[in-house]
Design a protein. Structure first.
Length: 256
């Protein structure tokens, strides 16, 4: 069975990192290593890492140049055949998540990266389904439900000039370089969606997304402007309306 590198990036996450690490070490599939890259937290994050420290393959707490720099540090330390990334607060959907996908990972030697499903946890608003779509640009997918062949991601790495959409930029760069992707229809991750960087920087994230060459070369300027305008309106509404109303507006499906 393949060794899987689970890379956790965190900064001033407090108790959230404990929730994430606890979820990882409860997995029934045990052939994994855990790498924690902390950006030099000044709160009690490191206190919550401490109970797991002896189980970690690698841990560092030092300043970085942003989340994608931290993820690149994790990639460079990974020894597994596959890598998956979790942010502090994200958890595996069940204790069988890694067990469910390990056979598929092993039996598709020609595939460079895999994409699964997720549910988003909007705290008091509940859980909502998130299933990737690849029918029209920009594609939508949950980065935390992706497995990468380590040799592939070590070759490409994240572009740290992106601050919010580096995961999307990497996805399109892999596609552009003919790295094969496979989708598996399995919910892998319960992602904390209430207060992440992208939620707080919704419009900035969208602007960065639409600046990715793969997208700008395939979506006309007029369509990009209209879509960004729509996102800007939604971002303004996000500041004033309850999340429950916003989820209804965006037609998110509640997870039963």
């Amino acid at each position: 069975m393949p060794l899987i590198s689970v890379i956790v990036v965190t900064y001033n996450a407090g108790l959230k990192v404990f929730k994430t690490l606890n979820s990882i070490f409860k997995q029934l599939y045990t052939n994994f290593e855990v790498i924690v890259i902390d950006g030099g937290s000044t709160d009690d994050t490191l206190v919550h890492v401490l109970p797991f420290k002896d189980k970690l393959a690698y841990f560092v707490s030092e300043p970085d140049r942003g989340i994608y720099d931290a993820m690149n540090k994790g990639i460079d330390k990974a020894n597994g055949e596959f890598c998956i990334f979790l942010n502090a607060g994200d958890v595996f959907f069940s204790e069988e998540s890694l067990l469910t996908v390990c056979e598929m990972l092993q039996n598709n030697a020609e595939i460079g990266f895999f994409v699964g499903n997720a549910v988003y946890d909007y705290e008091s608003s509940g859980l909502y389904k998130f299933y990737p779509q690849f029918k029209s640009l920009p594609y939508s997918f949950c980065h935390q439900s992706m497995f990468f062949r380590t040799n592939v991601i070590k070759h490409y790495h994240y572009d740290i000039s992106y601050k919010l959409s580096g995961d999307s930029e990497l996805f399109y760069r892999l596609i552009q370089n003919n790295i094969k992707m496979k989708f598996f229809d399995v919910i892998l991750i319960r992602e904390e969606a209430g207060d992440g960087a992208t939620i707080h920087n919704l419009y900035s994230s969208a602007k960065e997304l639409y600046s990715i060459p793969y997208i700008t070369n395939r979506i006309g300027k007029g369509r990009r402007v209209l879509r960004l305008l729509k996102i800007k309106v939604f971002a303004i509404l996000h500041r004033f309306l309850p999340m429950t109303i916003l989820l209804l507006i965006s037609r998110k499906q509640k997870y039963a």
